[in-house]
Design a binder for this molecule. Structure first.
Ligand code: CTP
Length: 408
């Protein structure tokens, strides 16, 4: 049985007035078995084919049939329902409902919720064969498909009218499997390991003071999260930041560059893709004071080089691994970035220049340029760090699979 990506998946199950509604109780049981959160919304005519009570018991929730709750008079907020759903699944979808979807007719709670939704919408049409074959229904389905609605086609078989032909609602297990296939398409990095480093490293001066930098970790965390969405097993090696661990990410906390190096060298061995987004301190204090340094006139600290983790990873890089670095520059960014790709044996580097407004440390936006080892480059406008993360992940996948940038 397919698995849900994010549990519990919030599904609005729309039931409309067709005889095939008798199959929906079994469909709800399948969703509940997979831990989905099912909110049933019925159209008024659906209640003639299956009772709200049955669907309510099975979905473990009150079934919504109207804009107002008849018992309390409370308004059922369709906007809220639509916005919170991960998917709307309408089964069976009658010719009338399909027509209303095409024309935006919100004369019942289900249609109003559909028009308010931003999530994927999947429908399973079911009707008599001549209705299903009618030009208006065929054209309406084509229009809905062109707008992004996914359609699980009706099956060929005996129909309630006594006729036999296309128009039959697939059995509940087929409906469930098709729904899951649409919601959970083949994940390109399924079974692959990815290691991402993020945040700053802090180098102690004495027990209370340290040398650090302004890295918030937002970019690296967004990248780690984006990799989980494409099925990767993600290890996030994180310097001290105040961010929540993204779902399904294995986070290992470190403080200093040396600790980060130890963890990265260990974790990278099983990684297929490595992204060093951390702002690693290049220097540490030569002799850390064991006791707090008391103030005097001037204080001179002798700083010594920290290991360059990315360079070390480049030295031991396996041919099957894709190694990606970051460069944050204030000037001559392109030249430095291109030099680092070669010097550190990277597949590509992500340059963000502090010269760009809204890019770099602390911001929620970033403007990046990617340079690979063959001299190809990709430049992107200012966008949210989440969007930048999606681009980096897409390019990492393409590079990992083909050795080239994707055309995005
Ligand atoms: N990096 C690293 N270890 C360090 C310093 C940097 O792994 N000690 C990694 C960063 O995570 C980043 C990349 O190297 O992916 C670029 O960091 P940057 O400081 O710009 O590189 P440097 O080699 O230190 O270049 P510069 O000459 O600008 O100091």
């Amino acid at each position: 049985m397919p698995t849900l990506v994010n549990k519990p998946l919030k599904v609005i199950l729309g039931v409309t007035g067709g005889i095939a509604a008798y199959k929906i109780p079994m469909l709800i049981r399948l969703f509940k078995k997979a831990d989905a959160d099912v909110q049933v919304i019925m159209t008024p005519s659906a209640e003639r084919f299956v009772t709200p009570e049955t669907l309510s018991v099975l979905s473990e929730k009150q079934v919504l049939c109207d804009f107002f709750d008849p018992a309390t008079g409370m308004w059922n907020n369709h906007v809220d329902l639509g916005l919170k759903a991960d998917a709307i699944f309408i089964a069976p979808a009658t010719a009338t409902t399909i027509g209303k979807m095409v024309h935006g007719i919100a004369d019942n709670l289900l249609m109003a919720t559909y028009l308010s939704a931003r999530c994927p919408v999947i429908i399973a049409p079911a009707m008599d064969l001549d209705m299903y074959a009618h030009d208006s229904v065929t054209e309406n389905l084509r229009l809905l498909e062109s707008r992004g609605v996914r359609i699980i086609p009706a099956e060929d078989g005996p129909l309630a009218s006594g006729l036999s032909g296309p128009g039959r609602l697939p059995e509940p297990d087929t409906l469930f499997a098709e729904f899951m296939k649409i919601m959970n398409p083949e994940l390109p990095l399924k079974g692959k390991h990815v290691m991402v480093s993020a945040g700053p490293t802090l180098e102690a001066i004495d027990p209370v003071r340290f040398i650090g930098n302004h890295s918030s970790g937002k970019m690296g965390y967004a990248i780690a999260e984006a990799f989980t969405k494409v099925g990767a097993n993600v290890t996030l090696v994180s310097g001290p930041v105040s961010l929540q661990t993204p779902q399904n990410v294995n986070r290992i906390d470190v403080k200093t560059a040396e600790q980060m190096q130890e963890v990265c060298l260990e974790e990278s061995q099983k990684a297929d893709i490595i992204v060093m987004a951390a702002a690693v301190a290049d220097y540490k204090v030569e002799n850390q004071a064991e006791l707090k340094i008391k103030k005097d006139e001037n204080l001179t600290l002798n700083l010594v080089r920290n290991p360059d983790i990315l360079q070390e990873l480049g030295k031991v890089k396996k041919p099957s691994q894709t190694l990606i670095g970051f460069a944050l520059e204030t000037h001559d960014g392109q030249d430095y970035a291109k030099d680092k790709v070669v010097r550190k044996n990277l597949d590509f580097i992500v340059l963000n220049s502090l010269a760009n407004e809204g890019a770099g440390f602390g911001h929620d936006t970033n403007k990046v340029c990617l340079f690979d080892k063959t001299g190809s480059e990709k430049s992107y406008p200012l966008m949210s760090k989440k969007m930048v993360a999606d681009i980096i992940v897409k390019q990492a996948i393409c590079y990992h699979l083909s050795g080239n940038f994707a055309d995005i």
